[in-house]
Design a protein around this ligand. Structure first.
Ligand SMILES: Nc1ncnc2c1ncn2[C@@H]1O[C@H](COP(=O)(O)OP(=O)(O)O)[C@@H](O)[C@H]1O
Ligand SMILES: [Mg+2]
Length: 362
């Protein structure tokens, strides 16, 4: 007997979790799905004359970062009775899919997506995908047919995402070819938003400095500590984001956070579309090793101004290590006067209210 709701309540009552009405609503949906999975018996249990009942609708859980989406999905996955079940990070899943497609094409399969979807469906009656995010055209062009195949073979999909289905692959290249995937999600998964006012993840950085100076092994270690607190991993995975047909390489990404060095973001020929893509796809940016900028580094200073403006407009949180406090990063040179706005924004971005009013210590 699945018991997602009772397990949620048990954890909330014992103090492991803070009781959260918005989470409880999602837990109830997951509970209903677990019941439905329990009642739709596996195909093998049916006589060959009777068609097995249609698989229940899956769930697409979206909401801001730190709301407990992954926690709820993991609780569901742990408790639900639906063998074979599988839980995997969306990005890792798509990498595996590409490998399997590649292998299938080696054996001259014309249409590799259909057999790969069938094989994956056989391995998972329930597929839990964490952090769905489509940033890459190679993923965007196959997910529609892949998911169609999985669903056709009766796999039930539960997924979490920071984005509403309509916002997936927004501004992506050839987006019109991606739209059938959004329609498919609308038809075959129930979309539920987790509207908790509390960001449980940000509580972990409360009362921690987020703009760390000067550059030293100690500030590196503090940044790494915040990274682990916010992402639950020591090292993120690399990711490519398509920007106007080019690839923006994100060296490390995890749990809505992206991590770059200053050199990687501001000493490369990047511009507004790149920074906008970052602000749209991530909620927190880790920026390491901001140097002091002399007058000869006006190009880097200009990119840094653009980057901070874009993050500010997108309400992205920033964690940084810097050689200098904001007011001393670029004191003289072209546009040093305008850099004043960047200084003030950097300061505001360190404030508790920028990080979120409803932060509870966790
Ligand atoms: N109700 C709660 N009480 C205490 N901690 C919680 C609660 N909900 C979530 N958390 C914790 O907060 C962190 C963020 O939750 P997570 O599920 O990763 O969020 P999301 O996937 O929405 O970004 C996790 O460590 C999680 O265990
Ligand atoms: Mg998550």
């Amino acid at each position: 007997m699945p018991a997602i709701l009772s397990e949620y309540d048990r954890r909330a009552n014992s103090g492991v979790l803070r009781p959260d009405p918005a989470q409880r609503i999602v837990a109830a949906k997951l509970d209903a799905l677990a019941q439905a999975l329990n009642h739709t018996a596996r195909p093998g249990l049916f006589s060959k004359f009777k068609k097995p009942p249609r698989a229940p609708k899956g769930l697409y859980i979206h909401g801001e970062v730190g709301r407990g989406k992954t926690m709820l999905m993991d609780l569901f996955h742990a408790v639900v009775d639906a063998a074979p079940k599988r839980r995997v990070h969306f990005h890792a899943f798509m990498q595996e899919v590409h490998q399997r497609l590649h292998a299938a094409r080696q054996s001259h399969t014309q249409d590799a997506i259909a057999p790969v979807a069938k094989a994956i469906a056989k391995e998972a009656r329930l597929l839990c995908l964490d952090e769905m995010q489509v940033t890459d055209i190679t993923d965007a062009m196959i997910v529609g047919r892949l998911f169609e195949g999985l669903l056709a073979h009766g796999t039930v999909i539960v997924t979490t995402s920071n984005l509403k289905p309509d916002d997936l692959y927004r501004d992506g290249l050839n987006r019109q070819l991606f739209l059938p995937f959004i329609t498919l999600i609308g038809q075959r998964l129930e979309t539920v938003s987790l509207d908790s006012p509390v960001d449980y993840r940000l509580g972990r950085v409360k009362a921690h400095e987020t703009f760390l100076t000067p550059l030293s092994p100690a500030s590196d270690a503090l940044l790494q500590n915040l990274w682990v607190r916010l992402t639950d991993t020591g090292k993120g995975t690399p990711r490519d984001i398509d920007v106007l047909g080019r690839k923006l390489h994100v060296p490390q990404a995890a749990a809505g956070c992206a991590r770059f060095s200053f050199a990687e973001l501001c000493e490369q020929p990047l511009g507004p579309p790149d920074y906008l893509a970052l602000a749209r796809n991530f909620q927190i940016l880790f920026l390491e090793h901001i140097p002091a900028l002399g007058p000869d580094r006006r190009n880097e200073a200009k990119r840094f101004v653009l980057l901070i403006d874009t993050l500010y407009d997108g309400r992205v949180r920033l964690v940084a290590t810097s050689a200098q406090a904001p007011e001393h990063i670029y004191p003289e040179g072209d546009h040093a006067f305008e850099f004043g706005r960047t200084v003030s924004r950097l300061k505001e971005m360190q404030s508790a209210s920028w990080w979120g009013k409803k932060i509870v210590e966790t």
